[in-house]
Design a protein around this ligand. Structure first.
Ligand code: UDP
Length: 477
């Protein structure tokens, strides 16, 4: 059934040390206003998964600080069936402009979709009270709008995906959703241009995601910790030192201290990255739109243009632990087969890893260490609503090379806070951007430093929470 995810409160004061000047006061004032406005009302979030992906990551952040601000913010995860997730993945691909699996989106699919949400609704109705605000995330929960309204609560739909401009695929995807979400009291998109024409502009709010600088995903780690984490997880070769008996420690969301288990990075075909290698990293769900395969083929086909010590590391979740993404296992398998067919010398410079999903904090810590270890981080997506996998390495002052698609264009200023790829399918352009950074470490460091400041300015939770406060002001009077 429906699961509630509990997130530990983090006081707003935590953020003050990282905020741009003047922001702390603004945030505190906003928080007081929201608490006064909402009284005993709850702000619910409903999504389709508790881990693996940007929405889950962002909800952890918003809940931690929203609760820290004194707003009763809570999070429910619906239960779906494989058929349900096949339909919702189809919608996801269509909204990004891709036909995906080519299947239909008619009455039969609507029935499969709505039956799952109807079954989940009983548990939701037990919890949500009249006057509560309910943020429904992404197409997976869109079919709950009418039910929430029926409870006397205020349904808001937040869509994290989208693309500029229409094509026949987007039209099909939006057609399906229009009938479901048309009556939402408010709509939130990551970019204004993502909202279809039928969304009334006076009900539209644009809010970009943010990251939590203190979560296991982003908390500071010194070099020694980074190396210890990666060796212990066996993502990087352990050389002569041997695995230490106790893993490196990190701070969990609830304030307790965790350690990293030994040998948990599931390296596909078991080839750890050599200690001395410079790493080009992409971390993504195994989703075709992330183009892990295109990055792999582009890199493998141009090794002669890259310095010998440069290795590619593609990292995603353990596909066995992800239930809302039916494509994952297939995409990983394609990458694996492609790699296995490469000549030995090329194969040795390319690594695929799956990170375990059973412990979200530990998974996050591994991503943190990998992003810090990387010399360059890539996000070669074909479409991207907004990429936290771009924001995260930027916050860690890494130089990022990313496709100039969707929300990534709001995240990186080309040549200032990273490098944008005008054509995500042009592997020559990608390799040229990589060599530019690999050949000029001081340029790379300048881009990285500017990237961190850009995140401080725009993509920390203070800005996000202030915008939520403004939204609540409008819809919860
Ligand atoms: N992520 C992770 N482990 C993985 C792969 C991804 O924790 O093995 C996280 C990643 O660090 C980021 C989120 O999942 O926080 C992906 O968010 P993004 O906005 O980049 O893309 P989405 O998955 O929502 O399309």
């Amino acid at each position: 059934g429906v699961q509630e995810v509990h997130v530990q409160d983090v006081p707003l004061e935590m953020l003050a040390s990282q905020q741009a000047p003047g922001r702390a006061e603004e945030l505190r004032a906003r928080a007081q206003r929201a608490v006064a406005l909402l009284g005993h009302r709850t702000v619910w979030n409903i999504s389709s998964t508790a881990h693996g992906g940007g929405v889950a990551e962002m909800l952890q952040t918003v809940l931690a600080y929203g609760r820290g601000a004194g707003v009763d913010t809570r999070w429910l995860v619906i239960e779906g069936s494989p058929e349900f997730f096949t339909v919702t993945k189809r919608i996801h691909n269509l909204l990004h402009g891709f036909p995906g699996d080519g299947g239909g989106l008619g009455r039969a699919e609507l029935e499969v979709y709505q039956a799952v949400l109807d079954a989940d609704f009983a548990a939701i109705a037990e919890r949500v009270r009249p006057g509560d605000l309910v943020l429904l995330h992404d197409p997976q929960t869109a079919g709950l709008v009418d039910g929430i309204r029926g409870l006397g609560a205020i349904p808001l739909w937040r869509c994290h995906i989208g693309r500029d401009g229409h094509n026949p695929s987007t039209t099909r995807g939006w057609h399906f959703l229009h009938g479901l979400v048309g009556d939402a009291a408010g709509f939130v998109f990551s970019r204004e241009s993502y909202a279809p024409d039928w969304v009334p502009r006076d009900r539209l709010t644009v809010i970009a995601p943010s990251l939590d600088p203190f979560s296991p995903k982003n908390q500071p780690l010194d070099d020694a910790d980074v190396q210890a984490v990666l060796r212990r997880a066996s993502l990087v070769a352990d050389g002569i030192r041997g695995i230490e008996p106790v893993g490196p420690r990190f701070v969990r969301r609830d304030g307790s201290v965790g350690t990293v288990r030994a040998h948990i990075g599931l390296l596909v075909d078991d080839e750890p990255v050599p200690e001395e290698a410079r790493v080009v990293l992409q971390v993504s769900r195994w989703d075709r739109l992330k183009d892990m395969g295109g990055l792999l083929a582009g890199f493998a086909g141009r090794l002669d243009r890259l310095p010998d010590d440069v290795h590619l590391l593609l990292v995603g979740p353990d596909v066995a632990g992800v239930d809302d993404d039916p494509e994952g296992a297939e995409v990983l398998e394609e990458c694996r087969e492609f790699r296995l067919e490469l000549p030995a010398a090329a194969r040795a410079r390319i690594h695929l890893a799956q990170l375990p999903m059973d412990d979200g904090d530990e998974n996050a810590l591994l991503v943190n260490a990998l992003q810090r270890h990387a010399t360059v981080v890539v996000q070669k997506s074909l479409e991207e609503g907004f990429g936290l996998t771009v924001t995260e390495p930027m916050w860690k002052a890494r130089p990022v090379v990313a496709s100039a698609v969707g929300g990534i264009r709001d995240q990186i200023v080309d040549g200032e806070s990273g490098l944008l790829l005008a054509d995500p399918r042009d592997a020559d352009e990608m390799v040229a951007a990589l060599t530019r950074l690999l050949d000029d470490p001081s340029y790379a460091a300048r881009l990285g430093a500017a990237a961190r400041e850009r995140v401080r300015e725009r993509f920390l939770p203070d800005r996000h929470l202030v915008q939520y406060g403004e939204l609540f002001d409008r819809v919860a009077r």
